[in-house]
Ligand binder design. Structure first.
Ligand SMILES: [Zn+2]
Length: 475
């Protein structure tokens, strides 16, 4: 079955003919960048609950503004937007509200950076574990301002060309879960003006694969975390806007400790703004190396393929949170088929296996493939580096290995966008799923991860969908 393609079906068919004809009559690219402030107002009478660690962490101030950073790309026939938002993980319902206001776009990708120092937009970080922490008015603000950012970027569309570069930076990643597997590739798309004689950057798209949690759980001020320093440094250096997105950061990949010393040689303590600033600038330096290494990239024609899928929610904590109203996400009865929507459960049916609806997508921008994944992918699943041989403690030692991203998207030039249009939690290789004793690696207890995953099958369901979206018959 060909993935369901919503209203963009018609132009996809037209676009596929253009691809098979060899791209020779592709329209030139135009591009525009803009951003908008999505920082909530802090008021005495209305708490803002910070997301990302424990519940009940009330925001006490603003260190640096949260932003929605947008780029609009147009090939003369198809217009798309890519937005990176300083948020823990906007849900699909919120992204759909943004899209409803941008109906002239063929595709709008809204990716959360996974900022752990921004407001709760999911529900589980309220004052107590039994109370929802989302302020609906804040969601309205994010929708409003993100639409404004996209419209402003659209207003700046001008003739452009692109370059693509990568660099590897394992020093800037720590994997806190065995086996230690990183995606240490930082990927950059440079978009330059073709007006005038000298190529002037219009903007950068930067993908790095690290939890924005350099500040840690004790911070109570709103901040974009290290991303603030990365973006500020790159904007200063190249005098252009930056769209920042997070790749495969599950597992989980976070800033390592002990990287920096001050002028007197003393270690800079972690979980401080100083540390976040130094780390963010190091990510910017890596991005600058990727820019230096960049080579020309054709970004047209523009095509997008998306698929709505259903992922079973087997996690008992998520189910409990749903029952209590802490999570308020619409659920469907699980049909056993990720492509079949079940009915909305009523009465006793709510005790039956449920599924949530999410979206997977592939953007084909000329020579660039963009994987749009609705959660936190384990880096093992980027390259297929799943534990082999399987650890005897694993819960599903005979599980099939999921098709990795680089196999679904065989092009060399890739962006991998995690938390794309949704956040459904960790996407864990099933062969590394380990909730029951005996535990892997001789451990006495289970590792952190499964508690924030919908199902041991979530990764397979998402990656099979990615493969379908990328397959030639889907175009
Ligand atoms: Zn996470």
């Amino acid at each position: 079955m060909v993935p369901k393609m919503k209203p963009i079906m018609q132009w996809l068919v037209v676009a596929s003919i253009a691809v098979h004809a060899g791209n020779s009559d592709a329209q030139p690219l135009s591009a525009g960048f803009a951003s908008a402030d999505v920082t909530p107002e802090l008021r005495d009478d209305k708490p803002v609950w910070l997301a990302g660690y424990g519940h009940g962490r009330r925001a006490t101030g603003v260190h640096d503004p949260l932003r929605s950073r947008a780029v609009v790309l147009d090939d003369g026939a198809h217009r798309i937007a890519i937005v990176g938002v300083d948020s823990v993980g906007l849900q699909l319902a919120t992204v759909r509200r943004i899209r409803e206001r941008l109906t002239n776009f063929h595709y709008v990708l809204v990716a959360s950076t996974h900022d752990h120092e921004a407001p709760d937009v999911i529900g589980i970080w309220g004052v107590t574990p039994l109370q929802n922490g989302v302020d609906p008015e804040y969601l309205d603000l994010v929708v409003e301002r993100t639409v404004e950012a996209v419209r402003a970027a659209e207003g700046k569309l001008s003739p452009a060309a692109a370059k693509y570069g990568t660099t590897r930076e394992p020093r800037l990643l720590r994997d806190s879960r065995l086996p230690k597997v990183l995606d240490d590739v930082l990927r950059v798309v440079v978009i330059e003006s073709t007006r005038g004689d000298s190529a002037k950057p219009l903007g950068l798209i930067v993908q790095w694969n690290c939890h924005p949690e350099a500040l840690g759980s004790r911070n109570t001020t709103l901040t974009a975390d290290f991303v603030a320093a990365t973006v500020a440094e790159l904007e200063r250096r190249y005098a252009c806007p930056v769209v920042y997105v997070s790749g495969a950061l599950g597992g989980l990949l976070a800033p390592p400790g002990g990287l920096y010393r001050d002028a007197s040689g003393k270690p800079v303590p972690g979980s401080t703004f100083e540390y976040a600033e130094l780390y963010g600038r190091d990510v910017a330096a890596a991005a600058a190396r990727a820019v230096d290494a960049a080579s020309p990239l054709q970004l047209v024609p523009i095509m997008a393929t998306t698929e709505q899928i259903y992922v079973p929610v087997e996690n008992p904590i998520y189910r409990m949170a749903q029952t209590l109203g802490v999570l308020r996400r619409e659920c469907f009865l699980w049909t056993g088929d990720p492509r079949q929507r079940g009915k909305v459960p009523e009465g006793d049916e709510r005790k039956r296996p449920a599924a949530l609806e999410t979206e997977v997508g592939v953007l084909r921008l000329g020579e660039l493939s963009v994987a749009c994944l609705p959660g936190e992918l384990y880096p093992e699943l980027v390259y297929g580096h799943v534990q082999n041989p399987v650890d005897p403690g694993a819960d599903f030692p005979d599980a099939a290995v999921e098709p990795p991203v680089t196999k679904a998207l065989p092009q060399e030039r890739l962006l991998i966008v995690g938390l794309a249009n949704d956040e459904i939690g960790y996407l864990i290789p099933k062969r590394q799923w380990d909730q029951r004793p005996p535990f892997c690696y001789g451990r006495r207890d289970s590792q952190y991860g499964e508690i924030n995953s919908c199902s041991c099958d979530a990764a397979a369901i998402v990656l099979e969908s990615l493969r379908r979206c990328a397959s030639p018959t889907a175009r």
